[in-house]
Design a protein around this ligand. Structure first.
Ligand SMILES: Nc1ncnc2c1ncn2[C@@H]1O[C@H](COP(=O)(O)OP(=O)(O)OP(=O)(O)O)[C@@H](O)[C@H]1O
Ligand SMILES: [Mg+2]
Length: 375
């Protein structure tokens, strides 16, 4: 066929199924090359050869917007993320600008007006947040601020009284049955108390993270696929725990148990890890090891981490972004550097003369130390 389109024209292509409408549009977008004939765009002839040159093709295609019929949207890329990234590259944005723009457009977790009431107490009150892909976010605030309730709602361990939680555009508050179980696997939870099965060995505990991915009967008879065992071992290696794979979980220290729990979360292949006070029952050395493991999950594997922490100092040094909660509401949301001492004091409800950080967190009460020892 031969025809010409002038700038500003609005043209409808009509025809029965299979008449060639989509193929024609794809030729016009450079997605499909014509078998013969010539396409001239903006005065430049586009031949087979020039269209297969990635640079010319990209330059041409950047001037042609394309809206696909549903089933055609995956012609050249697998995900919405790649489509957006492709668009950014066509606009000539750098890789860094593309990453920033994509993250902004595709906020992975969107929380809208989320509220949870227990009787007449409001644990989480109208929380609205956007968490883009790839951040490690610390949720801070004093006891009872609503941190755990917020995290539990994201994983659907608790249901909201009001509001929505969207993950990559899907309303996870509405999921039921199989889809809900799949969502729980994609949002791996790490608890203060580790939640391992004490009488089982370390490797089996990590394999539990694969439960959502394999048929139930195989896990009942403990017939784990070899590929899953290899995955579990390599997860243990990530956190320096492979040597303890055969050990019973209840024979490990707290820090080791939490690393097993993090390995279990990793083999779930989650999109987001939710950690509720993961270091609350650990000593300073193990605190660092476990926080380093979470940081590795985020920076090395690119998994978003949302982590409740009591310690402001830890949150400041490990997180890209802090969310401060008080009485169920978000009262701070920003970079760690933006959290002033003034805001920190408000968050923790401290008096003006009480300083955050810089001094030993816990000191024995002088009155309880016998005079002889104190002297
Ligand atoms: N299952 C429940 N039934 C009744 N009240 C609850 C329940 N869970 C939480 N709450 C209340 O909701 C509020 C927020 O609790 P939440 O556990 O979310 O706080 P938190 O910030 O995690 O505190 P902490 O730092 O002590 O863990 C508190 O007032 C708490 O008493
Ligand atoms: Mg809590």
């Amino acid at each position: 066929m031969s025809f010409e389109i002038r700038t500003g024209e609005r043209i409808a292509l009509l025809g029965a199924n299979g008449s060639g409408k989509s193929t024609l549009l794809k030729i016009l977008d450079g997605l499909v090359f014509p078998t013969s004939g010539e396409l001239t765009a903006y005065g430049q002839p586009l031949t087979d050869d020039s269209l297969s040159d990635p640079e010319i093709n990209a330059r041409f295609r950047s001037r042609v917007g394309f809206v696909f019929q549903n089933s055609d949207s995956q012609v050249f890329s697998a995900t919405v993320r790649e489509e957006i990234a492709f668009g950014c590259l066509q606009l000539g944005l750098s890789a860094q600008q593309t990453a920033a723009r994509t993250a902004d457009v595709l906020a992975m977790l969107e929380i809208e007006g989320l509220t949870r009431r227990f009787g007449d107490r409001t644990a989480v009150d109208q929380v609205t947040l956007r968490i883009p892909d790839g951040q490690i976010v610390g949720v801070i605030g004093r006891s009872g601020a609503g941190k755990s309730t917020l995290l539990r709602m994201v994983n659907r361990l608790a249901d909201p009284s009001e509001g929505r939680i969207l993950f990559e555009g899907v309303d996870v508050t509405a999921l039921r049955g199989l889809e809900l179980r799949q969502w729980r696997a994609r949002s791996a939870m790490i608890f203060q108390q580790f939640n391992l099965v004490g009488r089982l060995d370390v490797l089996t505990n990590v394999l539990m993270g694969r439960l959502a991915a394999i048929p139930a009967w195989r896990s009942v008879v403990q017939l784990w696929p070899e590929a899953d065992k290899a995955l579990a071992m390599s997860a243990l290696e990530q956190f320096d725990m492979a040597g303890l794979a055969a050990q019973r979980a209840d024979q490990l220290s707290g820090g080791q148990q939490q690393r097993v729990a993090i390995a279990r979360a990793l083999v779930q292949e989650p999109d987001i890890v939710l950690a509720d006070e993961p270091i609350a029952s650990l000593d300073p050395r193990n605190t660092r090891i476990v926080m380093d493991a979470l940081l590795r999950i985020n920076k090395h594997f690119g998994i978003t981490v949302l982590c409740n922490l009591h310690s402001l100092d830890l949150a400041r040094s490990y997180c890209d972004r802090l969310i401060g909660m008080a009485a169920g509401r978000v009262v701070f949301d920003g970079a760690p550097e933006a959290l002033t001492d003034h805001i920190a004091r408000e968050l923790y409800d401290l008096e003006a003369n009480e300083v955050m950080g810089g001094q030993p967190a816990v000191q024995p009460d002088a009155a309880t130390i016998p005079a002889a020892v104190a002297a």
